[in-house]
Write a protein that binds this ligand. Sequence first.
Ligand SMILES: Cc1cc2nc3c(=O)[nH]c(=O)nc-3n(C[C@H](O)[C@H](O)[C@H](O)COP(=O)(O)OP(=O)(O)OC[C@H]3O[C@@H](n4cnc5c(N)ncnc54)[C@H](O)[C@@H]3O)c2cc1C
Length: 597
Amino acid sequence: MATYTPPLREMKFVLRELFDGDSLKDLPGYGDFTADVVDAVLEEAGKLSAEVLFPLNRSGDEEGCTFENGVVRTPKGFKEAYKQFIEGGWTGIAADPDYGGQGLPKAINMLVEEMICSANMAFGMYPGLTHGAYNAVKLYGTDEQKAMFLPKFTDGTWSGTMCLTEPHCGTDLGLIRTKAVPQDDGSCKISGTKIFISAGEHDLTDNIVHLVLAKLPDAPPGVKGISLFLVPKFMPKPDGSVGPRNSAACGSIEHKMGIKASATCVMNFDNAVGWLVGEKHKGMRAMFAMMNTARLGVGVQGLGLAETGFQSGLLYARERLQGRGLKGAVAPEKPADPLIVHPDVRKNLLTAKALTEGVRALVMWTAINLDRAEKAATPEEREAADDLVQLLTPLVKSMGTDVGFEVTNLAVQIYGGHGYIREHGVEQLVRDSRITQIYEGTNGIQALDLIGRKMPSHYGRYLRRFFHPVQEFIEANAADPDMEGFALDLAKAFGRLQQAVGTVAQKALSNPNEAGAAAMDFLNLFAYVAMAYLWARTAKVALAKQNDDPTGFYKAKLKTARFYMARVLPRTGALLSQIMAGGDTIMDMEDSLFDAA
Ligand SMILES: Cc1cc2nc3c(=O)[nH]c(=O)nc-3n(C[C@H](O)[C@H](O)[C@H](O)COP(=O)(O)OP(=O)(O)OC[C@H]3O[C@@H](n4cnc5c(N)ncnc54)[C@H](O)[C@@H]3O)c2cc1C
């Protein structure tokens, strides 16, 4: 069976030893989060994930959500688990104490979210979407809206959704047709159909509050004419209880490849009462503000699934006996050796480990800067941290989810036919992970964001926030005999990235299709270099500590770092070649020739 044990030792390493995560408590509002408090939060989240959510993962997938007479039911056990979840205060851990939350640093919250996704990604969708709605109202809502909705999101009794997608538009939201007609009392009547709405309808909470993108009558065309509205399922009463039903209803739920316990709904708004959030026609700005955190959250979903895939593959590779080691029997007392002796299986396991831990380091680097971007002491520090978050967010979303898919597939490969059949629960991880590469801006769109927006931003200022520390690290370690190999490998891949930046920037000036053709390869090249930098830093920490460590944790880190440099980082060579090949072979093919016969 698929297995999951919260990787607390690894998480604490990344938080404290690779980065100085304990210093988060020095930021305003985080004073209570001393190391022992953080440890207690992580341990409790781990317990909840492994003992309550993980046992429901398989049954939730088998049963799925059901839809009958407009009512959506989550699978058996979800209601009870959600009750336990909100009683433990988990919906509010990262929320502002002013609204009843616990104000946990975002970086620590990402680790909690990782564990929830490892255990049961479909379950995690419900509080995850609520957290997104919380962020939108907190950033752009009126004081009245904040007072009405934020405490409910925080205590988890009401949940939230993000209603962007329509049948004819997903990526290109400028095409949306949902309308908002202003009323004399300041509200609007919202009409239109939204599809693929996660948690649009379910039986876990007393109310569901939809954040809906729609156009006002005087809206300019395209994305500049989109406004954001708050549309509750039940009209809230001033005392915080729920009143009459609003005309926002679920028309059906989707039958889909994975996350079957997460209800994906068609939502019909038929003159539903809604209220503007933020300024009119500025809905995309509000959406983007919350999307950054949401995109990191989706990267974390990929990471969480990768962790479960890796752990499951490792357990199986140790237990399953098949064949003999190529240099002779490793376990002669047994009828055959365990799978783990075979080089190809070991390579799969190490690839899974190196990628998963590499992405976790990338997530933590970004998340700690997310906290600093909001709370660091000086404007310069806040700007530097925010620049890095802007740059790294598309990498986390895209590479995090690609790694989720790659590693869960590797787990299936390690299980062989037993991975492909349903019994062991490993194929579910692949199916669940697939959507993460698509929603919250497809990975292709992340690549365009990186190359088209983030790279040229402020004349390359975001890029320099990454390039400078990497260059400094290489220079500082190139002469250290223990670190030399890591520094050299990093320098080589970093050179490839610099070459790609120069080439793409130059070619794109005369032909924007060149940027589009290079975008995905460029993002991947960038992400592998970023992980190489973090693996090299990991190696430096591990080198200093490996001799006083009876557990072998640091030795494992060092050996995995070497594996990453030798067996994963060379992917950057192929990526650079593809980028240098340019877009001609892609664009020269006439549309009509694709199926020429
Ligand atoms: C399970 C599930 C849950 C979801 N949850 C939500 C939710 O809660 N709320 C919500 O609003 N939506 C949700 N979505 C919708 C999701 O965000 C969209 O499916 C996604 O944004 C892509 O839109 P699309 O499916 O219309 O694909 P399209 O936009 O039609 O894109 C199709 C393909 O073309 C590519 N493409 C499109 N435009 C460009 C371009 N300009 N340049 C390069 N490539 C391009 C895309 O990368 C993609 O590969 C969910 C979807 C699913 C399946």
